[in-house]
Design a protein around this ligand. Structure first.
Ligand code: PMP
Length: 364
């Protein structure tokens, strides 16, 4: 297998082979226009219809109703950490509450505190970010502007279960690392955001689903580019959008629909991949330690370590010899991390599990 297929990186990471092939052809000339995708105007008819298709594909994959606006933004998920409190932590509500369950939610929490008063609803520091709370058991002020959480902690490999009970305050979720990995009920949320570079495409575009009723809260006077209403009213074409990233994202939605067969089928594949990897790691538990406690293990990111940085590095090197890449853990916790995003195949996971078993057998 080629390294593109054996890319276990935390993101940007693996993309489907057929998507890469189409993207390569589109660099040369788009089948629809004969012009390179990199030279296509964002004001062209082609791009306008691409935006319509991207939105419509997302709506049908997830069953998103018209109660939600969908918009494509830049600035990554980090910009959302700031934009969300700027737009929604507004007069008439008490401080938004944040679940601080790992590296990225802590970043979101810290950024919100720079923008407005905010409250930490739960802090995973005392459990070394190995566990997650049950959201509906948290004591949230009914007047809170919203509750923010990160559905999948990319660094620590922790994932909230789907289908949380409905809550009395608006739920805002950073789904950057598990969006489109499985079906879920969008209606339980008021705002969902996900940057593309995990399951959706290359970096450069961030998808936001905004419940329209929330738009009434946005204060007037924000810089236009930081006001969600600007992007929604301009159909995600207020200033020059990342045309290429949105093109690849659209190809990925077609791939999910036509080649995978939808999100239920994607979920099955993802469950099987993570089951195989955890099973292998559990069988090696005298030498390998998984970061997350069992109930909160992520299907997308598996963070683990041999407990010795030299062994971790050695495995990265041995795996690389076999074409396996992207296994280095995040700089904040070290160790190893295998990310099993949508485009990572079951066959790739088999290659990784064999490499792990062999490495432990021979060297540990
Ligand atoms: N949230 C999550 C869950 C992430 O995994 C990341 C980055 N990997 C971010 C936010 C930050 O995203 P960006 O680099 O697009 O700002």
């Amino acid at each position: 297998m080629k390294s593109n297929q054996l890319n276990f990186s935390g993101g940007p990471g693996a993309l489907p082979e057929t998507v890469l092939l189409q993207a390569r052809q589109a660099m040369e000339a788009l089948p629809e226009t004969g012009v390179s995708v990199l030279g296509m105007s964002h004001r062209s008819e082609w791009f306008r219809s691409l935006l319509v298709e991207a939105e419509s594909n997302l709506r049908s994959l997830l069953g998103i109703s018209d109660e939600f606006a969908i918009t494509f933004l830049q600035g990554g998920s980090s910009l959302q950490f700031a934009m969300i409190p700027m737009n929604f932590a507004t007069a008439g509500f008490s401080a938004p509450e944040y679940v601080s369950s790992g590296y990225w939610s802590s970043r979101a929490t810290a950024e919100a505190a720079r923008v407005s008063a905010s409250k930490i609803a739960w802090d995973g520091a005392s459990v070394e970010y190995k566990q997650l709370p049950a959201l509906h058991e948290l004591d949230i002020a009914p007047s809170a502007a919203y509750l923010h959480y990160v559905s999948n902690e990319t660094v620590e490999g922790l994932q909230f279960p789907i289908c949380q009970s409905p809550m009395s305050v608006p739920i805002v979720a950073d789904m950057s690392s598990d969006f489109l990995s499985k079906p879920f009920d969008v209606n339980r949320y008021s705002f969902i955001y996900a940057h593309a570079q995990k399951n959706l495409g290359p970096s450069g575009v961030t998808v936001a689903l905004v419940k329209r009723s929330l738009l009434d809260r946005i204060p007037n006077g924000l810089p236009a580019i930081l006001d969600f209403r600007t992007h929604i009213s301009h159909g995600s074409n207020y200033n020059t959008p990342p045309v290429f990233a949105i093109y690849v994202l659209t190809l990925v939605t077609r791939w999910l629909r036509d080649e995978i067969g939808g999100l239920q089928a994607m979920q099955k594949i993802n469950e099987e991949k993570s089951r195989r990897l955890y099973e292998t790691l559990d069988a090696l538990d005298d030498v390998v330690k998984i970061h997350a406690d069992r109930p909160w293990r992520s299907q997308m990111n598996v963070a683990f370590t041999f407990g010795d940085p030299r062994l971790d590095e050695e495995f990265v090197a041995v795996a690389r010899e076999q074409g396996i890449i992207g296994l280095e853990g995040h700089r904040s916790i070290g160790g190893l991390r295998a990310s099993l995003y949508n485009a990572v195949t079951e066959q790739a996971v088999e290659t990784l599990t064999s490499a792990l078993a062999e490495f432990c057998h021979e060297r540990v």
